[in-house]
Design a protein around this ligand. Structure first.
Ligand code: GAP
Length: 448
């Protein structure tokens, strides 16, 4: 399917941001950071289910990159970077948002988020300061001695660690151009107005791929990655009609970009960027060569000359993808006069893959053996013995568990269990020995 979808598509009608925030808190996906001290705007902690689901997303992202003809190698760069690096990357001079304050109530806004011809939405007055640029990077001091410490910055993106290590990786990893360096890790931005829950945070995680290629091939790879990354979103189960590809107009392009496309998702608050794919040309390597004085060129054996590789970048926020998956999967079904909340997550994304549910305490021993077997084999499983079976099913539906495995009286003699499928609620009887096969089939995702 081509990446273009109609703008008129309706968002998921069942979910509001409030419902999702409440589910996340109630079921242990996401908590406000340091909540008992009042919390901090834009900072969140992942609870047990959120942590599991994020692990699954990271794994799928890595899997998609490993299922390629060409090589992608990994990097884990440091979170703090020296001032010189951020000068070279352009972040010190360019990484800012326009900011404006209300002169009466002192409330601060991102100037491009509001209409300055209208009154302040906070106090109703219309007296604004000048619009100023606010740099989004967090500064820190490195070194214990006052006077001798140096200014450094928490990274606002993971990408720069990849560029400054390009030559180290190229000369040690036995890779040939074209190839990719991928990295997952935290990024920090002192957003003026963090908002929409996990959509715009001050501390978040990115999953970035920098693809190094010959300048003559960069246009080809820009298109290649636009398609690959959109396919990734389909493969992990996001509704295709709620996704679209949007090419930036020339006046929107970042300082480094020769072309950028956003994969956008239709949230309840409109079409918004989920992932950016950018043709960065030789901007980053050239900047770092000029500022560091080090040679980051590579030698082309065929052409017998050195050149600066071009870069195509694919950058997605883990937290934003997590939020998208939750929005997309959230449904409320009417079942026998009751509302059941269900997260229709892809089984490979769902925090818990299977819940083991003995009907009564009598089935505990046998059920617990299966639970331990699956757990020790690294499946994400939960064991739940309390409450009526109907209630236990609902609890699992609400957190997106694709399989509920019930041990009943017959299981004691026929070595079979009832497996209940989350979406259809259909139940089937299967042999305990076949459970792993059923789960494996549901978990397997092919990205090729
Ligand atoms: N290296 C390129 C880069 O960082 P970006 O568009 O600023 O580009 C890439 O960020 C992705 O990171 C976005 O598409 C989004 O998914 C995520 N992201 C950016 N800022 C974020 C924030 N404040 N909170 C959560 N996710 C964010």
């Amino acid at each position: 399917m081509d990446a273009q979808s109609p703008n008129s598509f309706e968002p998921n009608k069942y979910v509001s941001l409030e419902k999702l925030v409440s589910l996340c808190k109630r079921r242990g996906f996401i908590f406000q950071s340091a909540e008992i001290y009042g919390g901090v705007n834009g900072l969140y902690d992942s609870g047990p289910l959120g942590t599991l689901m994020k692990q699954h997303i990271r794994k799928l992202w890595g899997q998609a990159l490993q299922q390629l003809e060409q090589e992608v190698v990994l990097l884990d760069g440091s979170l703090i970077g020296p001032e010189a690096m951020w000068k070279a990357s352009g972040h010190i001079s360019n990484f800012h948002d326009p900011m404006v304050d209300c002169l009466v109530c002192k409330h601060r806004f991102r100037a491009d988020d509001i209409d300055l011809t209208r009154p302040c939405t906070h106090c109703g007055n219309k007296q604004w300061t000048e619009v100023r640029n606010f740099n989004l990077m967090f500064t820190t001091q490195v070194g214990a001695n006052t006077g001798q410490s140096t200014t450094a910055y928490l990274r606002p993106e993971t990408a720069q660690a990849i560029f400054v290590n390009f030559k180290n990786v190229f000369s040690t990893a036995r890779v040939k151009i074209p190839f990719g360096i991928a990295q997952q890790g935290k990024a920090f931005r002192n957003e003026i107005t963090p908002k929409q829950f996990l959509f715009r945070m001050r501390e978040f995680e990115q999953m970035e791929l920098e693809w190094f290629c010959k300048p003559t091939e960069s246009a080809y790879f820009y298109d290649f990655w636009r398609k690959k990354r959109m396919d990734f979103m389909y493969h992990i189960g996001i509704t295709p009609e709620r996704l679209r590809m949007r090419e930036h107009s020339p006046d929107e392009l970042s300082h480094y970009s020769r072309g950028t496309s956003d994969i956008e998702y239709h949230f309840v608050f409109g079409w918004k960027e989920l992932e950016g794919i950018a043709h960065r040309g030789d901007f980053d390597l050239t900047q770092h060569m000029q500022h560091s004085g080090k040679d980051l060129k590579v030698y082309d054996e065929e052409a017998k000359e050195s050149y600066t590789p071009h870069v195509v970048e694919c950058s997605v926020g883990l937290d934003r993808l997590f939020l998208t998956l939750l929005f997309d999967a959230y449904y409320e079904d009417e079942v026998e006069g009751e509302t059941r909340t269900v997260l229709r997550l892809h089984p490979a994304v769902a925090p818990i893959t299977a819940a083991i549910l003995p009907l009564t305490k009598k089935q505990h021993d046998k059920a617990h053996i299966l639970y331990k077997k699956l757990k020790f084999a690294h499946y994400s499983v939960e064991y739940d013995l309390s409450g009526s079976i109907g209630k236990r099913y609902r609890r699992q539906d609400e957190i997106g568990t694709p399989f509920c495995i019930t041990f009943d009286f017959d299981s004691e003699t026929d070595d079979s269990v009832t497996i209940r499928h989350r979406d259809s609620m259909k139940q089937e009887r299967i042999k305990i020995d076949d459970i792993q096969k059923t789960i494996d089939a549901a978990l397997s995702v092919s990205f090729s």
